[in-house]
Design a protein around this ligand. Structure first.
Ligand code: NAD
Length: 256
């Protein structure tokens, strides 16, 4: 059970990270929220979670593109029973035109951050005698799309690292898994709908089902609440023997 445990969720002032933090808090976990900004709004999100679910909730600024800040996040959190590596960015371009600085940023934020946080969190988990590492990868950790070379490389890397960490912790009460979401309705995705409607001259439902969810057989978005529920499950006692694997939440995308 996650009740009373402390969860650190990287990149959690919006979207999936925030959804996962809210579901963990709903299940009774204390949560540490994170992003690279330090706005009143960021701290307010944490205060609202604390108030709504009667748990401790804090916001800690740390830039996940920088290894030392990743490690400092874990240190400042004090406890870290559940680590959710979620921070991520995207850039879309053909590989021969892909800006090198975008490549470096995606590899750093989407992949290397999980190396640094995991390295810092494992000793803390070992001292506590329990731990759960949950990496938010993607359907693009298992399959590819054109023009997303950095993202696909980083997410495949995260899936590989997940397996290695699971083997290193196999005989300890610590597990490491990856959740692989398909298309999730986050504010970021929602914001693309009006432009896409205009581009294809289609209504909202048609654009969602035939353009955006073309590769998602269910023709439904996954929700941040469903991803949060999946994380709560992976952190539960029922999942104690689930380690080194991926759990797809993608409406059948990777079954195609
Ligand atoms: P989002 O943009 O809403 O969230 C990304 C989060 O990461 C934000 O909180 C942002 O502040 C944070 N972030 C970005 N750069 C950071 C940095 N340098 N340091 C710290 N935090 C940083 O997007 P999302 O859709 O919620 O994505 C969350 C994760 O889920 C990402 O890893 C993404 O690749 C993955 N994912 C998303 C989808 C989808 O359809 N939305 C599908 C599969 C996987």
């Amino acid at each position: 059970t996650v009740k009373g445990k402390t969860a650190v969720i990287t990149g959690s002032n919006s979207g999936i990270g925030l959804g996962v933090a809210r579901e963990l808090a709903k299940a009774g976990a204390h949560v540490v929220l994170n992003s690279f900004t330090d706005r009143d709004e960021d701290h307010k999100i944490a205060a609202e979670i604390a108030n709504e679910f009667s748990v401790d909730a804090r916001y800690i600024k740390a830039d996940m593109s920088k290894g030392d800040e990743c490690r400092a996040l874990i240190e400042k959190s004090g406890a870290c029973d559940i680590l959710i590596n979620n921070a991520g960015i995207q850039h879309v371009a053909p590989i021969d035109e892909f800006p090198a600085e975008k490549w470096d940023a995606i590899i750093a934020i989407n992949m290397s951050s999980a190396f640094h946080t995991t390295a810092a969190a494992l000793p803390v988990m070992r001292a506590a005698g329990w731990g759960r590492i949950i990496n938010i990868a993607s359907a693009h950790g298992l399959t590819a799309s054109p023009f997303k070379s950095a993202y696909v490389a980083a997410k495949h890397g995260v899936v590989g690292m997940t397996k290695a960490v699971a083997l290193e912790t196999a005989q300890e009460p610590i597990t490491c898994n990856a959740i692989c979401p398909g298309y999730v309705l986050t504010p970021l995705v929602e914001a693309q709908i009006p432009d896409t409607m205009e581009k294809y001259n289609m209504g909202r439902e048609e654009v969602i089902k035939t353009v955006m969810l073309e590769r998602q057989p269910s023709r439904e978005f996954a929700t941040v609440e469903q991803l949060g529920g999946t994380a709560v499950f992976l952190a539960s006692d029922a999942a104690a023997q689930i380690t080194g694997t991926t759990l797809s939440v993608d409406g059948g995308w990777t079954a195609l």
